[in-house]
Design a protein around this ligand. Sequence first.
Ligand SMILES: [Zn+2]
Ligand SMILES: [Zn+2]
Length: 332
Amino acid sequence: MKIHALAANNKQEELINFDYETNSNLPHDCIVKVQTCGICHSDIHMIDNDWRISKYPLVPGHEVVGIVEEVGGLVNHLKVGDRVGIGWQSEACLECRDCLRGNENLCNSSKATIVGRHGGFGSHVQVDSRFCFKIPDSLESAIASPLLCAGITVYSALRYAGMSSGQNIGIIGIGGLGHLAVQFAAKLGNRVTVFTTSPDKEEFARSNGATEVIIGTPPRKIKDKLNIILNTTHNDLDWVRFLSLLDSDGTLSFVGVPPSNLSNIHVNMLLNKRLRIMGSPIGGRAMINEMLEIAALQGITPVIEKFPATKVNEAIAKVRANQVRYRAVLEF
Ligand SMILES: [Zn+2]
Ligand SMILES: [Zn+2]
């Protein structure tokens, strides 16, 4: 079967039409007719070859939702007509210690949907069915798309930082990742404090469920110390100040990557209050299913801007300029 996709032929170039044939010799694979696909900053990094792993023609797209149209001979858990989502990861060994613990995202043989293979910007995508996730009926496809990368990234990070209910949770940044983190934390019954540098985002933070919004430099003390602080930004911030806002046994977790190393954090600061600093990449398969269920049950709703697939280059330009509020989704 021929897939009509959109690809960059060289780094930093606009996407153009690109057709390729599916491979029928992969019995675990399925072919999904794409309905919607989010545009993530990682797609842009891949188009630009920022990580020096891009191969061209490069078909981006790893927040895919669509309908299963064909299944390979060994696919039992999906059938033609199922609506599924595909995220950043599309392969793991499924045998190593991490995979057997449900941490496929930590597997050394992990492969990404758009690295060395073609992603979701197209009529269809061919992908390992073991990394396709059924989308609950109540989640509209365009709404589900950003959950497959942005949503699972923040949800898994919060869970592994120990998020339950009745806690005080801080979220640094209220963009594409941050607004979803606020929703998950708030809808699961936590008090959420948002840290932002933009005064004009206060109302948006509150509309997503934040109970406190701290604009600009964080204070030295806050009334309710935080159990978790999740950083979703890519800035160098005063991490010592943030650590001082954590309650005992608190965790400072990173999904956004600041450019500099974390320096001037003295171990005594961690030791005295038994604090932890952690990072977290996407999420394992069980966690993705759990996140989708919770999103459906709790009405987690990414704030999106939709674009027809024909306007892909306009949409990418807007993502590059940081002008999308808050996740861009292409409709095919
Ligand atoms: Zn992504
Ligand atoms: Zn593995």
